[in-house]
Design a protein around this ligand. Structure first.
Ligand SMILES: Nc1nc2c(c(=O)[nH]1)N[C@H]1C(S)=C(S)[C@@H](COP(=O)(O)OP(=O)(O)OC[C@H]3O[C@@H](n4cnc5c(N)ncnc54)[C@H](O)[C@@H]3O)O[C@H]1N2
Ligand code: MOO
Length: 604
């Protein structure tokens, strides 16, 4: 059985595998100088089956390790070696070993051993040794180095085991042709490429679901002019062209002195004036002159360089510049228009207006902006067991959580929300609720009643008022999902389980709201993180685990789950700061491997 290998390095890795006695080491000893001659810098990882040692008894480094140091790093001006006592149960992990290689120092890593790993390998074979061929069971063999008496299938490159130059040519070609694999995102969808979901019984992928939802959403065209102070996370409707330069004048970034760089040799310079922020020096600075200047003050004509006050001495209006050799022309000068030039598009239509964007617009002098109308989202819950918080909890019932999570997330996305409350689970009430909601809202969202339960009247109600698809999405949580149209409104029937509601909202409703709101950057963001524990899923479905990401001591982003993952356990969301997304072609992610996460701090 081969174990899946993913290369953590930005350089190629090539293995050499053979039964012992075939001559791997002999070949590598000849191959390494041959590759060096071609200018290829090599790292070699060798798998040893015995308890080896690289140090010499009696040497200080040996004695310190034997005294109990878990790691000893011995270094001289020509070489360093890190020795680590790291007893592991099975073989050492190649991924971990590869991460120790300094990829900027070498061009390729040659790996000897690790026969079972699915890394590209050259198999060495001598028919005379009567050993079986490895490539028969290992599709990762890319070439076979052998003698004339070995049969090699046409699909593999045949190399002459005794022709080192030929093998070196192959390795060089392999290195030159190797391309770092592109990160494969767990969910890839394309708004223009709409798949056709096939009936309600068959499951569709998350990507298909998102694409299909988005195909039904047209960005709003309705705009309004709103005071900057009242804009909260709304979407800009037109490109905003700057009418001014920012900064307006070339000004100083430091409290200090302004002078011409060419005058450095003429020190001490004569201080002819002091320029405060909001003021300017009316004359052109002459040769040998400087002005005292404050941060933000306009740099006078004739000056092009600023020295910070703490690196100067001034006495009797004569200025001495300290550390003159460190001064560079133009230092600490903020050029007019360097942030935004007059006539430039300062912010493009479709931008979401957060704090930074609002500050930028204010810095350009705008006090009102054209923005898209807010999407209106109406939300209700269904189910006889669902009770209103604040009221007494009847036996066998639960309080309504979903309406509050949905309303909150919709508000965070800048929507105007309508709370329709808990609607009785009967066809007539649901029908009138849906048709009424569609007259008021762009998007109507319900939760519960989309699976196969007997009391799921929502399906019948929907059939009365609009067109709806009931999908099984190949994901967990959030498998059942209803999506449809009631007149011009989009309808989402989210599953009842509270975590499934939130995950489905994030994946399907969120992009729909953002596209409808006119936002251009609504694609979900994925960040790679290192799994701090083994993660499990099932192939054929996308798994959304609730996770906590943090910065590990080594500076990498790591992620672990929040523990129990029941789709009714809202605590798993409360304790999480991201979703861990395991793609539908992956069953397990071992600890230490990379996995994608979707941070959701901006939504919850
Ligand atoms: N035979 C099958 N049963 C179920 C399937 C299936 O495929 N075959 N799918 C399961 C999955 S997955 C989910 S998710 C649920 C979704 O079912 P519904 O959308 O019909 O939701 P309900 O049955 O109404 O409720 C499920 C669960 O959620 C609780 N709930 C409902 N509304 C709220 C609310 N507003 N606040 C808090 N909790 C709520 C409800 O009490 C149930 O416990 O179906 C599985 N079954
Ligand atoms: O949506 Mo359900 O289990 O996947 O909660």
């Amino acid at each position: 059985m081969t174990v899946v290998f993913s290369n953590p390095l930005p350089i190629p890795v090539l293995g050499f595998c053979a039964y012992s006695g075939t001559g791997k080491t002999t070949l590598l000893k000849q191959l390494i100088p041959a590759l060096n001659q071609r200018g290829i810098r090599l790292a070699v990882i060798k798998h040893a089956h015995h308890n080896f040692d690289v140090d010499i008894p009696g040497k200080d480094s040996f004695e310190m390790r034997k005294a109990g140091a878990k790691q000893v790093l011995v270094a001289s001006h020509v070489r360093w070696a890190l020795m680590t006592e790291d007893p592991v149960e099975d073989d050492p992990k190649l991924q971990h070993l590869l991460r120790q290689i300094e990829a900027d120092k070498v061009d390729i890593v040659l790996v000897e051993g690790f026969k079972k790993l699915a890394l590209p390998k050259i198999e060495l074979h001598r028919a005379a040794h009567n050993k079986p061929l490895i490539h028969v069971h290992d599709e990762n063999i890319v070439a076979i180095a052998c003698c004339e008496d070995t049969q090699v299938p046409d699909s593999l490159t045949r190399l002459d085991l005794n022709n080192v130059a030929q093998i070196a040519d192959f390795v060089e070609r392999y290195k030159n042709n190797w391309q770092a694999p592109k990160a494969q995102l767990p969910i890839c969808f394309n708004d223009a490429d709409i798949p056709q979901p096939t009936g309600s019984e068959q499951g569709i992928s998350v990507s298909q679901g998102i694409s299909t939802v988005l195909s039904q959403v047209a960005p709003t065209r309705e705009t309004e002019l709103v005071d900057l102070i009242d804009i909260d996370n709304r979407v800009l409707a037109h490109d905003i062209i700057s009418e001014i330069n920012v900064p307006q004048q070339t000004n100083s970034a430091m409290d200090g002195y302004a002078f011409a760089f060419d005058n450095l040799s003429k020190t001490p310079l004569k201080v002819v004036a002091e320029v405060l922020a909001g003021h300017h020096y009316p004359n052109v600075l002459q040769s040998g002159e400087a002005v005292r200047i404050m941060t933000g003050a306009t740099v006078p004509q004739g000056a092009d360089t600023i020295q910070a006050r703490e690196l100067t001495q001034e006495q009797d209006n004569l200025l001495t510049l300290l550390e003159p050799e460190q001064i560079t022309q133009g230092q600490h000068v903020r050029l007019a228009g360097e942030d935004i030039a007059q006539g430039e598009v300062a912010l493009a239509a479709g931008s979401r207006l957060g704090a930074a964007e609002l500050g930028l617009m204010a810095s350009l002098g705008f006090n009102r902006l054209p923005i898209f109308k807010r999407p209106i989202v109406a939300v209700f819950s269904t189910g006889d067991e669902v009770s209103q918080p604040g009221e007494e909890l009847k036996p066998n019932c639960i309080y309504d959580a979903n309406r509050y999570t949905i309303l909150s997330m919709a508000k965070k996305l800048g929507c105007q929300v309508i709370d329709l409350g808990i609607i009785d689970d009967n066809e007539q009430t649901l029908t009138s609720t849906l048709s009424d909601a569609a007259t008021k809202a762009d998007i109507v969202i319900s939760s519960g009643g989309v699976s196969v339960g007997n009391a799921d009247y929502i399906k019948m109600a929907l059939a009365n008022v609009g067109s709806t698809h009931f999908w099984r999405i190949n994901m967990r949580p959030g498998r059942p999902l209803a999506v449809g149209k009631i007149d011009q409104s989009l309808f989402f029937g989210l599953p009842g389980n509270p975590v499934a509601v939130m995950v489905s909202f994030m994946q399907f409703v969120q992009p729909a709201i953002r596209k409808l709101a006119g936002e251009t950057q609504w694609q979900p963001q994925f960040i790679p993180a290192i799994a701090a524990q083994p993660l499990r899923s099932k192939t054929g479905r996308t798994e959304f685990l609730r996770g906590v990401y943090s910065i590990a001591d080594n500076g990498q982003i790591q992620v672990e789950t929040t523990g129990a993952q029941g789709s009714g356990m809202l605590n798993s969301m409360v304790n999480a700061n991201c979703l861990i997304v395991i793609a539908d072609d992956t069953a397990t992610i071992p600890a230490g491997e990379s996995v994608f996460i979707q941070p959701f701090a901006d939504l919850l």
